[in-house]
Ligand binder design. Structure first.
Ligand SMILES: [Zn+2]
Length: 271
């Protein structure tokens, strides 16, 4: 029985993942033998009530990897195709491949703007993001958006392109003001580990004003483990994010499961 949906997890990045020393103890990965196998992780997710997950690609090769996982776990892992802002400089070389893959995916992305790490030039990021918004509109699909230190720019691009209602703002970290401004564009919000972290007060204040009918939960596997920051994340942990949302909203956890799953089913047209 599907109780939860993890709307954003990179299963293909889990194998070999080691948490960054800045958030962890610096110990090597704590993965037990065989623990990085997607089948093991999905079994644990199913046992926790996670019915299915969206596995976003971040470039052409990882989008193909996402499709391979989807073929191996039909109906449980859903593929997307997109180019992450970190790699935006590669957009001209990848645009055709990503467009071809996106036609068969449940969403375009992950794409967006990251003016925190700035691993690609800002103008390249804007071009790649705008083109992927257009691709999502052409294909009539949702678009998974990565937003870091780029609230105003992403807000304005979603507004000017009319893509707000198809945007899923993944790992949303905005406070109440930005949450309300984006809500007015009709976007969907997806919350991750930062909603749980002790440092997450701003995120929690944002979540308090997020529209329940357009809010979802995710893990961002293998990053942002909400239970043990030093360990790699996995889809089963989406339940902990849902519990945090229930605390913020002051409602029972099962209602959060029902609402977020209904939203994911509608947004990704799967269920
Ligand atoms: Zn991601």
């Amino acid at each position: 029985m599907t109780r939860w949906v993890d709307t954003h997890g990179h299963l293909h990045l889990r194998a070999g993942f080691e948490p960054s020393p800045e958030v962890g103890s610096g110990e090597p990965s704590r993965l037990a033998r065989g623990d990085d196998d997607s089948a093991v992780l999905l079994d644990r997710a199913a046992a926790a009530g996670v019915g299915w997950m969206v596995n976003p690609g971040t470039d052409a090769a990882s989008s193909e990897e996402s499709f391979r996982l989807a073929a191996r776990f039909p109906g449980v892992v859903l593929p997307t195709a997109g180019l992450h802002p970190h790699d935006a400089a590669r957009w001209p070389a990848q645009a055709d491949a990503i467009a071809r893959l996106a036609a068969g995916a449940v969403a375009v992305g992950e794409c967006g703007l990251d003016f925190y790490r700035n691993l690609s030039a800002p103008e390249d990021q804007v071009t790649a993001f705008r083109d992927q918004l257009r691709l999502a509109a052409d294909l009539d699909k949702p678009v998974i958006v990565h937003c870091r230190d780029a609230f105003a720019q992403i807000h304005d691009l979603l507004e000017s392109t009319g893509c707000g209602p198809r945007a899923v703002l993944h790992c949303w970290t905005g406070g109440p003001r930005w949450t309300k401004r984006f809500d007015a564009l009709g976007v969907s919000f997806s919350f991750a580990g930062p909603l749980v972290f002790p440092t997450g007060d701003t995120v929690r204040r944002g979540a308090a004003v997020a529209p329940p009918e357009r809010t979802m939960v995710e893990t961002d596997t293998p990053y942002l483990n909400p239970i043990d920051k030093a360990a790699p994340n996995e889809p089963a942990n989406v339940v902990r994010v849902g519990e945090a949302l229930a605390e913020v909203w002051g409602i029972p956890v099962n209602e959060v499961a029902e609402m977020t799953t209904a939203t994911a089913t509608r947004v990704f047209r799967h269920g």
